[in-house]
Design a protein around this ligand. Sequence first.
Ligand code: AMP
Ligand code: MG
Length: 412
Amino acid sequence: MSLLSVDQARERILSHFQPVTTETLPLTGCSNRVLAQDMIAANDLPPFDNSSMDGFAVRAADVIDATAAAPRSLRVVADIPAGSHPTISLAPGEAARIMTGAPIPAGADAVVPVEDTNFDNRDAGTPAPNEVQIFKSVKSGRNTRPRGMDLRAGDVVMHKGRTLKPQDLGLLAMLGFANVLVYRKPRVALFSSGDELLEVDAPLEEGKIRDSNSYTLAALIEDAGAEVIRLGVAKDNHDAVKALLEEAAELSVDLILSSAGVSVGAFDFVKQVIESNGKMDFWRVNMRPGKPLAFGEYKDIPFIGLPGNPVSAFVGFMVFVEPTILRLRGLFYVGNQTVRVRCEEQIDSDGRESYLRAQLHPDGENGGWVARLTGHQGSGNLHSLVQANALLIIPAGVKCVPAGQEINAWLI
Ligand code: AMP
Ligand code: MG
């Protein structure tokens, strides 16, 4: 069994995955989904010239000399609320009262805000005056939002492969897209394995621990944008493991994820069962924590086996499974977001690519962040992961990071 680098192992895994199929969803269900088509504007935005202020639509040339001392008086020939459709055309010497978002009438080319007039009254229901005094000149185009200033019909507003954010949904609504073609949510079947594992509500027994991985991993799966199907705990025997894998196959999930039973010497029923209906490789990855990793296929469904230790399972998910889910969702994995942080103390490493639990604090007057390792860094110590808000990444080959040095970290 050769030793793979983290990048090699991830590439090997990702090469087995393609985006899942697509579905058309109502816009309200599309937050955080990935677009499966380019979105092309069917109309200009804004769709018509409109006012960006409450005020008076004017011909700028009419008020070129207007000042507070020598106001220009205009005849008010129309009142244009938002949502109306003015049919008038302003002649020289004329104005129209206009509200924010209302269409600019023909003939007008600017809006004078109410505060630059003698009619600074925005109370609902106040009728428009017959005449208005303009106190200030205004440039042609001022306080108007011309049709198409934001985007034009035919523009590609969003590309396939984009994760839809709340503001994206707003823009798609402006453009009239009631339904959107997106990738469906990948479905991930999850199980834990081990005779020592108890359900969360069971009293502790001698030699047993509660299954924690399935809680951590289920939440990580959902946060990564997939649906989780919890299959529970498989006891360390052939029939128990087989029953769970059959259930996953029955459901045609996109990925089967398990924890534990991947280290050499473990009672390896997962391997036996998978190999009866597929294949399974055991890898050693040059990382810490989480060196052992299993990858295979059960009845053509990809299978990833993470290590059982709770911190190893978490880190293995971040490093290998999250990128896999992103690919299934239709995204291109470009690496996790990293921040640069300063190490408060010297950190010794063993030359493997290491993911160490740390707490980041504001770095005084230097700005940025300073990192302090949390608690015990053993791969079974989940509490120190809970106390951390970042994973520091010590590159492969590095055995010592001196105090004060900057390194990459992932926020968790
Ligand atoms: P294994 O990979 O089966 O040798 O397990 C490695 C370590 O992880 C052992 O201490 C297990 O008890 C522990 N472990 C395995 N599965 C879980 C789980 N689902 N929740 C918490 N700890 C686990
Ligand atoms: Mg075990």
